[in-house]
Design a protein around this ligand. Structure first.
Ligand SMILES: [Cu+2]
Length: 330
């Protein structure tokens, strides 16, 4: 986080308190001062003043607390100036990024089943078929209508310079397709390139209002609980999203790897349709064991305030499930 840090309703903290770590008053000295002040201002006076051990224990706690507070203040500031401007990651709102361009060939133009077909070319105009295998696929395709309904996560096949995916569109409306891939040479753990183009399916359309935030959503026999309930997130800073997936009796769901992860979360900013695709933090050394408590955590930074609609996919008991949550970022 950059700039001043505000703690609760207190004053704006722009600088760590000046504490000389080399001059620490003796515990007994602090015990005398702290105990005297605490006792004189506390309505609880029945504790024996002669309890020397208790005084020392309180002093130790206070000294540790002060040291912890200093650490927190210091730790929340950048330790070094950023070497270069923050990288702007692609989000599917453009058809071209990182030198790659998404060129649609056949986009759905009516309801029902069809084949979506496109090319992805590099700056030299050549097709770039060989992306890295990330989460068991070279390329992930997402489709969403602009009212945040009709989410699909598909995996096109590549041949003859073209990517093709069978797709079924259930209703008319304005849609966007997103392609996500990691070019060769980039760390597989780095952010992928996400390109997007809109398309329209004419005809009757039943728009779906974005649901209000809730704490729990069910899919089949499984319940997904957002551990923060419907609480708002704070934009512009590192955020942890935690979900617990349970059986009907409340025990952890038997999660299985799906596309190389225990869950896939596509987050769309409702106002812009900007996409951020996330995977849970590993819950075991090799990341190959499901969480014993059924809790999956995702780290994310939400750039803008506003509604987010997130689609969470997971596999349990041999079947892929999908749930969606609305979360407001303040
Ligand atoms: Cu994924």
């Amino acid at each position: 986080m950059r700039g001043p840090v505000r703690f609760g309703s207190g004053p704006l903290v722009t600088e760590a308190p000046r504490v000389n770590r080399h001059v620490v008053p003796s515990v007994e000295r602090v015990a005398e001062e702290v105990w005297g002040a605490a006792v004189s201002s506390s309505p609880v006076r029945m504790i024996s003043r002669s309890s020397r051990l208790a005084r020392i224990a309180v002093a130790v706690t206070m000294v540790a607390g002060a040291a912890g507070a200093v650490y927190l203040v210091a730790d929340s500031r950048p330790s070094v100036a950023p070497a270069s401007p923050a990288r702007v990651y692609s989000d599917g709102l453009a058809d071209s990024y990182d030198g790659y361009t998404l060129i649609p060939i056949t986009l759905p133009s009516r309801r029902g089943a069809t084949v979506l077909e496109f090319r992805i070319v590099g700056t030299d105009g050549a097709d770039n078929a060989y992306f890295q295998w990330v989460h068991t696929k070279q390329l992930h395709l997402y489709v969403l209508r602009d009212d945040m309904s009709g989410y699909q996560h598909l995996h096109p096949d590549y041949s003859d310079g073209r990517w093709r995916a069978p797709i079924a569109i259930g209703d008319g409306g304005a849609y966007r397709m997103y392609t996500e891939f990691t070019p060769v040479g980039r760390a597989a753990t780095d952010d992928p390139t996400v390109l997007g183009v809109p398309f329209v399916v004419p005809g009757d359309t039943t728009m779906v209002p974005v649901p209000a935030p809730v704490a729990q959503v069910r899919s089949g026999p499984f319940t997904v609980t957002r551990l923060d309930g419907p609480a708002n997130l704070v934009s512009g800073q590192q955020t942890v999203l935690s979900f617990r997936i349970t059986n009907a009796d409340g025990t952890p769901a038997p999660l299985e790897p799906y596309l190389g992860a225990f869950a896939h979360l596509s987050n769309f900013e409702v106002r812009t349709q900007k996409l951020m695709h996330l995977h849970p933090l590993p819950t075991s050394l090799n990341g190959d064991l499901p969480p014993a408590d059924g809790v999956l955590q995702f780290h994310a930074v939400f750039a803008e305030r506003g509604d987010q609609r997130m689609f969470l996919q997971f596999q349990a008991a041999g079947k892929v499930h999908q749930v969606a949550f609305t979360v407001f970022a303040t």
